[in-house]
Design a protein around this ligand. Structure first.
Ligand code: PHE
Length: 338
């Protein structure tokens, strides 16, 4: 049996010597090392080897196996190196062709706007926090003074995960979560995804908002106006004209929507501003005492303001994008422009 191994080793090495191609090498490999190969067959019959020869037999078989494997590996490598050299020298590869580069990606316009706004408010002393997208009804509605059946819920119909769990319709629930956790003063900004059951050229079922909240002693509507004016001038330029228009949100009182003079027509009236000359930019207001009560703040001691704005809308106005859906189609020809 032991002699048989020696014979097999000699035969295999001789055949490898003569194997001039990848196929021939692989054929030798199969012949000796394959599942039905000769060496494999020898090993399989180890039971017929006398007990005292077994250890040596096993050892030799393994040695031959490793030796053959290494030789085959080496020869394969040598062959492929040789083939590469041949193609190069025969001129099959045109080394004068320009290379195929990988193009760098771009920061998505919505991300650019988010970063810009976060930077501006950071410079005003606000810190950035995040809240969950899958939100409890309590935080999304109830704590914000929108009890079940409140008509204001109609405008923010959304996707229900469970009876009392929704995909949040706005970033305002983060106000409540933050106030539950910290005592005033509060200055936070909270960007993130929100969801509503809307879909047309200016609405997608998922979009992004940024929420702002400032609570302290003696915060007045003048502070709200001052901060938001400074902010919008930073985003849209110093010449921007603003308008504060009375509005209603259940969680702020009084409430105001903030418009800017249309950036497309400078107020003359165009399709983008619906011929009104103004563009609605954000919702805002003084935090309603009921909300303070819900989080355990004393409304007699503290006051504050909050605001929320849609990032897609700002991106569309700033870059003149006419269809919101373009932002989410991931077409590189579109995204490369920003
Ligand atoms: N959450 C409101 C919305 O999505 C916006 C808002 C935020 C209004 C904060 C007032 C204060 O429409």
């Amino acid at each position: 049996m032991i002699a048989g191994i020696q014979q097999l080793e000699n035969d295999a090495l001789a055949e490898l010597e003569n194997a001039g191609s990848q196929d021939a090498l692989l054929a030798v490999k199969t012949k000796y090392l394959g599942r039905r190969g000769l060496l494999t067959g020898l090993l399989r019959n180890i039971s017929q080897v006398p007990a005292e020869e077994k250890p040596l037999f096993g050892k030799r078989c393994n040695e031959v196996k490793v030796l053959l494997e290494n030789k085959i590996e080496e020869s394969l490598l040598r062959l492929s190196e040789g083939a590469k050299k041949q193609t190069l020298t025969r001129g099959k590869i045109d080394v004068t062709l320009p290379g195929r580069g990988t193009r760098p990606g771009r920061i998505h316009p919505v991300t650019q706007i988010r970063r810009e706004i976060c930077d501006i408010f950071s410079s005003f002393g606000f810190s950035v926090v995040e809240g969950p997208e899958v939100e409890l009804d309590y935080y999304n509605f109830e704590a914000l003074n929108m009890p079940p059946d409140h008509p204001a819920r109609d405008m923010q119909d959304t996707f229900y995960i469970e009876e009392k769990t929704v995909l949040r319709t706005h970033t305002s629930p983060v106000q409540v979560r933050v106030m539950q956790q910290v005592k005033p003063p509060v200055r936070i900004l909270s960007p993130g995804r929100v969801y509503r059951r809307d879909s047309d050229v200016s609405h997608t079922p998922m979009f992004h908002q940024i929420e702002g909240l400032l609570v302290d002693y003696d915060v007045s509507f003048a502070d709200l106006k001052g901060i938001l004016t400074a902010f919008l001038k930073r985003v849209f330029g110093d010449a921007t004209t603003l308008r504060f228009r009375p509005s209603f949100f259940p969680f702020t009182e009084p409430s105001a929507e903030v418009d800017i003079r249309c950036v497309m027509c400078a107020g003359r009236g165009c399709r983008v501003c619906g011929h009104s000359g103004w563009l609605e930019i954000l919702g805002s207001g003084m935090v309603d005492p009921t909300v303070f009560q819900n989080v355990g703040y004393d409304a007699e001691v503290y006051s504050g303001f909050a605001f929320g704005l849609g990032l897609e809308r700002i991106a569309m106005l700033k870059y003149g994008i006419s269809d919101i859906r373009l932002l989410f189609e991931n077409d590189i020809r579109f995204l490369r422009q920003f």
